[in-house]
Design a protein around this ligand. Structure first.
Ligand code: ZN
Length: 413
């Protein structure tokens, strides 16, 4: 075996991925242990956190469409909104419930009776009971709430939510800045004893790194038996890394949003987490080929444009642009692709521009235009293209149709 630094489970996963056309770094699987769970739970919050993106307001129709698509992807849980906030929020959640999706629906509540009542009224399956825990929030938001008062309120509100028969997720907002670890553990234990079904660790400000996140998940996991969810903001660009570190440390559930939309820098990206789970842990309960269209749907409905180099679903991530890469891909796509673009619903494309070579022209002719051309024609077309860039007449890539025209012109002579 070449990868002799891998143990049996790592070898097995690597082989399985290879059969699917996925060729990641084998070093991912050093000391690999098959995950405890076959299916990590994705708790998608596009309809709650996503709507907190500045300027994003989804209509009822938008929300139904997004919920339906999330369900098609196989997302197990959807955080559908904040019922106490408005009549519209309540109507949207009720309408989504009426769709009878496979996904379970939860809704957001502050740790207040009226918020919890509103969630129970709409008929959601689950509730996120949010109570900020950090000293900054207890001091400034709650007028100096003591630890004792916090625990009393938490106990009372989790029990209250539990009495409705809801699946209760205790969400300790700003968990990662509560510097009293013993108090933090006591809070999660109190929530569990009061009937919480899941403990959510929240990096509200995205101010934590993988090391801190893994530590917290382990510490909290050492005092509670209920599963742990993480909600990671992306202010340092670490939301996905933190979510995976949390999974390594024993978390079962990740709170996400499509395209990562949310407050400020947003949160862990649904359609980026899912392939990472598949490629790094080998879990695959999701319809990954729907991920590209999921991202595009939310881009359109939210109006939040994604950059072309966005991982997994960006316009550029399955494009080959330089001549060296195009040549490689033409011989075998494995040279510059470690997974087939169709895995996530994308398509391989070759862009013809200043850095392209004749192999790129031949690729476009054969694969995109379905016409055979000689190397000589490809060379002549390329010369014209290079001349257009050199003179400054052209600054954008050539589309396949433009290449087609140039081939026709060249062959006429
Ligand atoms: Zn958030």
């Amino acid at each position: 075996m070449e990868e002799e630094y891998l143990e049996e489970q790592g070898q097995k996963l690597l082989k399985r991925l290879e059969r699917e056309g996925i060729l990641p770094s084998p070093y991912n699987f050093v000391n690999f242990k098959a995950p405890k769970l076959d299916n990590y739970i994705v708790h998608d919050s596009t309809l709650r956190e996503g709507e907190q993106t500045p300027g994003v307001i989804f209509s009822l129709e938008n929300k139904l469409e997004i919920a339906k698509k999330l369900d098609e992807v196989g997302i197990q849980q959807i955080e559908a909104g904040f019922p106490a906030a408005s009549e519209k929020q309540r109507n949207c959640i009720k309408s989504i419930l009426n769709m009878n999706l496979d996904a379970q629906l939860s809704a957001f509540a502050r740790a207040k009776k009226e918020d919890i009542d509103a969630v129970a009224d709409v008929g959601a399956d689950g509730i996120v009971v949010s109570l900020s825990i950090s000293p900054y929030h207890r001091k400034h938001k709650f007028g100096g709430m003591t630890q004792e008062t916090y625990l009393e309120r938490l106990e009372e509100m989790v029990s209250y939510a539990e009495s409705y028969g809801l699946f209760v997720i205790y969400s300790a907002e700003d968990t990662t800045r509560e510097n009293d670890l013993e108090f933090l553990k006591k809070a999660y234990k109190t929530a569990e004893d009061a009937g919480a079904d899941r403990a959510r660790v929240v990096d509200t400000l995205g101010c934590t790194g993988p090391n801190g996140m893994a530590f917290l998940v382990k510490e909290i996991g050492s005092v509670v038996d209920i599963p742990i969810e993480v909600h990671c903001h992306n202010d340092l660009g670490l939301a996905l890394a933190n979510s995976l570190a949390a999974i390594d440390a024993g978390a079962s559930t990740v709170s996400t949003s499509v395209n990562g939309i949310g407050e400020r820098a947003g949160i862990t990206v649904t359609e980026e987490l899912i392939p990472a789970l598949h490629i790094i842990y080998g879990t695959s309960p999701f319809e990954m080929s729907q991920l590209n269209s999921l991202s595009k749907l939310v881009e359109e409905l939210s109006g939040v444009k994604m950059p072309p180099h966005k991982p997994i679903t960006g316009e550029n991530v399955t494009v080959h642009s330089s001549g060296i890469h195009q040549h490689g891909v033409l011989i075998n796509p494995q040279t510059y692709e470690f997974y087939p673009p169709r895995l996530v619903g994308q398509k391989r494309r070759v862009y013809i521009d200043e850095l392209s070579g004749r192999h790129g022209i031949m690729y476009v002719a054969e694969k995109e235009l379905k016409i055979g051309i000689s190397e000589d024609t490809a060379k002549k077309v390329l010369e014209k293209i290079k001349a257009a860039y050199s003179s400054g007449a052209r600054r954008s890539s050539y589309t396949p149709d433009e290449v087609k025209e140039m081939i026709a012109e060249t062959e006429k002579r």
